[in-house]
Design a protein around this ligand. Structure first.
Ligand SMILES: [Zn+2]
Length: 59
């Protein structure tokens, strides 16, 4: 009974799990031919870094 009606439901983004960022693991090989693992964090393109899906607006 205490739930407030909100304008829209926030649906967590499935791509970034609601974090708004994507972690991409990449491997670089340095000059010693060692493999260096890097984690690149980028803004999630699906939710534009918001972490949730924007509701479809009226057209
Ligand atoms: Zn996302």
């Amino acid at each position: 009974m205490s739930d407030l009606t909100v304008g829209f439901k926030r649906i967590p983004c499935s791509d970034c799990n609601g974090t708004g960022e994507l972690r991409i693991e990449s491997e670089n090989i340095n000059e010693n031919f060692d493999v260096e693992k890097q984690t690149v964090i980028t803004e999630c393109p699906l939710c534009l870094g918001l972490g949730f899906m924007l509701p479809a607006g009226p057209q």
